[in-house]
Design a protein around this ligand. Structure first.
Ligand SMILES: Nc1ncnc2c1ncn2[C@@H]1O[C@H](COP(=O)(O)OP(=O)(O)OP(=O)(O)O)[C@@H](O)[C@H]1O
Length: 265
């Protein structure tokens, strides 16, 4: 297999929780620089567990029980879960479904943004301020002064998600993990945010893995699509191949349900 430009490789990875749930079973995939992969699948199929494991953010009771995750040549396996700590927040960042989860609710946005940058890179205060300004422009947020002096609860869901994306991409990560980044938003805002993510990924040379329930979003944003069911990756391949020539029965069902939904309008 061509190994060039591969930034993340997951080999036969299995992840279990303390309650005996085998959430991810023997999953493999590889991601190239600047590539965008969507992981789709029904609720409980293991999507969040997989990307949390990549980020080194599994809950206390979750464990990688087999296989390995290799990021930029460094291996995270069941024996060395510490290995990714130094990468988290710098080389790899994450956007959550609700940016409220990642932005401190009791601090003003400006303060949280500065802290996030200070802890990830040594920069002069004036440069940090310039960078924040540029990043807010990048996610098309007007009225920057007001936003920076607001608490998260004072912003709309779409604004918070834009701030979350600005924070997550301001450190120039090589990999951005996005867990249902738009599902808490209404449909028009979802489309704007997904478009923005796609643009930012390409502009900043950042690879993206996005978890979504929405096959339409996956089809729009992705170079490759992975489909999960009951912890297994039942399909993984180039976007067009998966959309137009799905191999697994489950992918066919997912695609049919999208078409039926569209037809009924
Ligand atoms: N902290 C946990 N402790 C025990 N079991 C868990 C935990 N988190 C998830 N699970 C279980 O692991 C399986 C996979 O869950 P996961 O959240 O990864 O699915 P998902 O595909 O992301 O679902 P959704 O689309 O609903 O977010 C489920 O059976 C779930 O109940």
């Amino acid at each position: 297999m061509e190994e060039k430009n591969i930034i993340l490789k997951i080999n036969n990875c299995s992840i279990s929780y303390g309650n005996g749930v085998d959430a991810v079973k023997n999953v493999s995939l590889s991601l190239r620089e600047r590539e965008i992969i969507s992981i789709v699948g029904e609720s409980g199929s293991g999507k969040t567990t997989l990307i949390r494991a990549i980020m080194g953010l599994l809950p206390e009771n979750g464990r990688i029980t087999g296989g390995e995750i290799i990021f930029d040549g460094k291996t995270l396996s069941k024996d060395n879960e510490e290995a990714f700590n130094s990468l988290r927040g710098k080389e790899m960042t994450m956007i959550f479904q609700d940016a409220g989860e990642s932005i401190d609710p009791i601090r003003k946005i400006g303060y949280s943004f500065k802290e996030a940058l200070k802890s990830s890179q040594k920069m002069k205060k004036s440069l940090i301020e310039k960078l924040i300004d540029k990043m807010l422009d990048g996610v098309r947020l007007p009225d920057k002064k007001r936003i920076l002096s607001s608490y998260p609860f004072e912003l709309s869901g779409g604004m918070k998600q834009r701030v979350g994306i600005a924070m997550a991409t301001s450190v120039n990560p090589r990999l951005l993990l996005a867990d249902e980044p738009t599902s808490a938003l209404d449909v028009t805002i979802q489309a704007q945010i997904v478009k923005l993510l796609k643009q930012l990924g390409k502009e900043k040379n950042c690879a993206i893995i996005m978890v979504t329930h929405n096959m339409g979003i996956a089809s729009y944003i992705s170079d490759k699509i992975g489909v999960m069911k009951d912890g297994e990756m039942v399909e993984f391949g180039e976007r067009d191949r998966v959309i137009y020539h799905p191999q697994s029965q489950y992918t066919k069902e997912l695609l049919n349900s999208v078409i039926r939904f569209g037809d009924s309008r």
